[in-house]
Ligand binder design. Structure first.
Ligand code: HEM
Ligand SMILES: *[C@@H]1O[C@H](CO)[C@@H](O)[C@H](O)[C@H]1NC(C)=O
Ligand SMILES: *[C@@H]1O[C@H](CO)[C@@H](O)[C@H](O)[C@H]1NC(C)=O
Ligand SMILES: *[C@@H]1O[C@H](CO)[C@@H](O)[C@H](O)[C@H]1NC(C)=O
Ligand SMILES: *[C@@H]1O[C@H](CO)[C@@H](O)[C@H](O)[C@H]1NC(C)=O
Ligand SMILES: *[C@@H]1O[C@H](CO)[C@@H](O)[C@H](O)[C@H]1NC(C)=O
Ligand SMILES: *[C@@H]1O[C@H](CO)[C@@H](O)[C@H](O)[C@H]1NC(C)=O
Ligand SMILES: *[C@@H]1O[C@H](CO)[C@@H](O)[C@H](O)[C@H]1NC(C)=O
Ligand SMILES: *[C@@H]1O[C@H](CO)[C@@H](O)[C@H](O)[C@H]1NC(C)=O
Ligand SMILES: *[C@@H]1O[C@H](CO)[C@@H](O)[C@H](O)[C@H]1NC(C)=O
Length: 531
């Protein structure tokens, strides 16, 4: 790590960051970090809406979304082959919902929700991992570290998800194939079966009641991630249908829980803290079981200070508008006592000896107190800015200073020594862009000095047979150079059909410069305006 004068002021922050995971903005994983930490408040992704409340799915009697999300992760992972590195958490389950070993509503139910967040930067497999982390963390369980970078399978994998009627030896072999010991198996099953239950609709032979809404829970607190599954098993009060089914062949939990003479179950039951840490551990390993070709990141941690660029656009021949927000990790005792100012470096030094005021003021957002929160105690305050920059000097990067109003103490944020970069080579022109019916027009302002051709790379989504998850194909829309505006030329890229239901993202690329991950929703249903 580069040691600088600024690093000294950040010691307090560095303490909470894993040393190996120095975050640099922008990152391809910014979108996943947003989904992990922005659950409530002023600006939110609201992924936990899908599991609120933990008790049930408000629109489907007998179903419990938080439990379904956890089961989906297990069934996707279960067929991993540790010897060959094939399979694991790769969203192949999307193609396998018709298999007997994947009976039930859980799997399409999970994708029906995660699809709202699925994109070229947020794979279905990463969303499954995220959904497990949030289902557990939001329903009384521990914080499971979330690494990202999973890659989606393009077809179904091998068979081999455990089923209740199989014997203990078969189950041991299945878990061993996936890289888990007998003790791992016991912990993973017990931690999984602290939520939800068995549905009569799907497993009438187990619940002996095939009523549509019938469900028999694994423990008396099916909506809370707690040790009851273990304590009730050991004290003989359990109603777990995979322990007390009349047909003993179907009692897989009974066989598994006793597989090491109850040693693991006794550890899980010993105290709630032990249960939480053992479950966090085994679930972390479960969601990080990925194909050997995949490299996961370090666990995501809330970024201390994260810029969001709302618009960076050519206003007229002489000025660029820059509008954005700074998301500052804070706490309730200091969120109102902090002010953020930015200091920028111009792209071109001002001519002669004229001076430039390179300070950018920000305003604390006030709607909903300008605060957002996560479920693991994260609190963020938003600080907003908007300014016009002369094209002649423009901007290359900025740094941020956070000042405590009460004490005057300051903390510098310099993006791990890089400054927060802004490249004005290619600017997205929202006013000139539009979509009319299915004809989309994307307009960019590109510096005249750029010789490279300009293309829009649109991550087009398309429906696929046999799975709820759409495919994504990157389509290139070639740019046509049009009028010149000062130092810039306008480039127009046109393409067809971007229905709302398949809203997606696009990049505008010119040589080494690009504007990335813009939402097609910004094209709106509006007319294109002339410059
Ligand atoms: C030998 C291994 C396992 C067997 C035979 C097994 C079997 C079952 C069965 C039959 C159900 C009922 C499904 C339904 O009616 O919809 C179920 C539910 C569930 N399983 Fe497992 N399971 C195993 C391991 C696991 C593991 C390792 C996890 C997670 C880590 C897990 C998580 C869940 C959850 C959360 C539910 C409740 C789903 C709901 O309420 O909709 N299971 N399991
Ligand atoms: C899984 O495979 C890896 C690499 O092939 C190996 O080092 C490890 O021991 C295996 N784990 C188990 C539990 O078999
Ligand atoms: C079957 O399940 C339904 C729904 O949970 C319940 O109302 C009914 O009483 C059950 N029938 C029997 C015979 O237990
Ligand atoms: C494990 O615990 C269960 C439930 O208390 C009990 O029925 C069983 O006999 C125990 N098995 C062993 C090997 O201790
Ligand atoms: C118990 O379940 C097994 C597996 O589904 C089945 O083959 C067997 O016939 C069942 N036994 C009874 C008595 O229903
Ligand atoms: C260009 O935009 C800037 C910033 O909005 C404004 O101050 C300036 O007057 C505009 N110039 C013209 C010619 O409209
Ligand atoms: C500014 O430029 C003028 C003309 O070149 C020069 O006379 C003057 O000393 C410069 N001022 C500063 C502060 O450099
Ligand atoms: C520079 O700009 C900032 C932000 O707009 C403003 O608060 C400050 O007063 C300006 N400084 C000077 C010397 O004009
Ligand atoms: C621009 O590209 C064209 C075609 O590739 C090439 O002939 C020309 O030399 C390039 N000009 C510059 C300034 O790079
Ligand atoms: C899940 O959805 C896909 C796509 O619509 C469908 O082909 C598949 O049959 C569904 N699976 C189940 C179990 O309903």
């Amino acid at each position: 790590m580069k040691v600088s004068a600024l690093a000294v002021a950040q010691v307090g922050l560095l303490n909470v960051l894993p040393a190996t995971a120095e975050y640099v903005w922008p990152s391809k994983h910014d979108a996943m970090e947003d989904l992990l930490v922005l659950q409530g408040g002023y600006i939110r992704e609201g992924f936990i809406d899908g599991i609120t409340p933990c008790t049930r799915n408000p629109s489907a009697p007998g179903r419990q979304t938080a439990a379904e999300w956890i089961r989906t992760a297990f069934h996707d992972m279960a067929t991993f082959d540790n010897a060959t590195g094939v399979g694991g958490l790769d969203a192949s389950i999307q193609f396998e919902t018709g298999r007997a070993e994947n009976a039930g509503d859980a799997f399409n139910g999970t994708f029906g929700f995660t699809n709202n967040y699925y994109s070229i930067r947020t794979s279905a497999a990463d969303l499954i991992a995220l959904s497990t982390v949030l289902a557990v963390g939001n329903c009384g369980g521990p914080k499971i570290p979330l690494r990202v970078g999973r890659v989606d399978a393009t077809e179904g994998g091998v068979l081999g998800v455990p089923e209740p009627q199989q014997d203990l030896d078969t189950h041991k072999k299945m878990f061993a194939k996936a890289g888990f010991s007998t003790e791992d198996m016991i912990a993973m099953v017990a931690c999984g079966h602290t939520m939800g239950g068995v549905h009569g609709k799907t497993f009438p032979e187990i619940t002996e009641n095939n009523t549509e809404s019938n469900v028999v829970h694994f423990d008396s607190t099916e909506a809370t991630f707690d040790p009851k599954v273990a304590t009730e098993y050991l004290d003989g009060t359990t109603q777990n249908p995979l322990v007390v089914a009349h047909n003993d062949t179907l009692n897989s939990d009974k066989r598994i829980f006793a597989a090491d003479n109850n040693v693991t179950m006794k550890a899980l039951a010993s105290d709630p803290k032990t249960f939480q840490s053992m479950c966090a551990d085994i679930f972390e390993r479960m969601i990080d079981t990925v194909p050997s070709t995949v490299t996961l990141t370090e666990p995501l941690e809330p970024t201390p200070l994260k810029p969001y660029i709302i618009s960076f656009t050519l206003t007229n021949a002489t000025h660029i508008t820059l509008t954005g927000r700074i998301r500052l990790l804070t706490s309730s005792d200091r969120s109102e006592d902090e002010r953020v100012t930015l200091t920028y470096t111009p792209r071109t030094a001002p001519a002669g000896n004229s001076t430039l005021n390179t300070t950018i003021a920000t305003d604390p957002a006030s709607f909903k107190s300008g605060l957002s929160n996560g479920i693991f105690g994260e609190l963020f305050k938003w600080h907003e800015f908007s300014l016009a920059l002369p094209v002649s000097t423009s901007i290359k990067s900025f740094t941020a200073t956070v000042t405590r109003v009460s004490t005057g103490a300051t903390t510098q944020y310099d993006n791990a020594g890089h400054g927060y970069p802004l490249d004005d080579t290619v600017l997205y022109q929202d006013r000139q862009s539009c979509r009319i019916d299915n004809d989309a027009t994307i307009v960019a302002a590109v510096r005249k000095s750029v010789n490279a051709s300009v293309v829009a790379k649109v991550a087009r989504k398309f429906p696929k047979q046999g799975t709820l998850v759409p495919g994504i194909e990157v389509e290139e829309w070639k740019g046509t150079v049009g009028e010149e505006v000062g130092d810039y030329k306008l480039v127009t890229m046109k393409g067809q059909q971007l229905p709302e239901t398949y809203s997606t993202q696009f990049d505008i690329v010119a040589g080494d410069s690009s504007v990335e991950y813009l939402d097609t929703n910004v094209l709106g249903s509006k007319d294109c305006q002339a410059f």
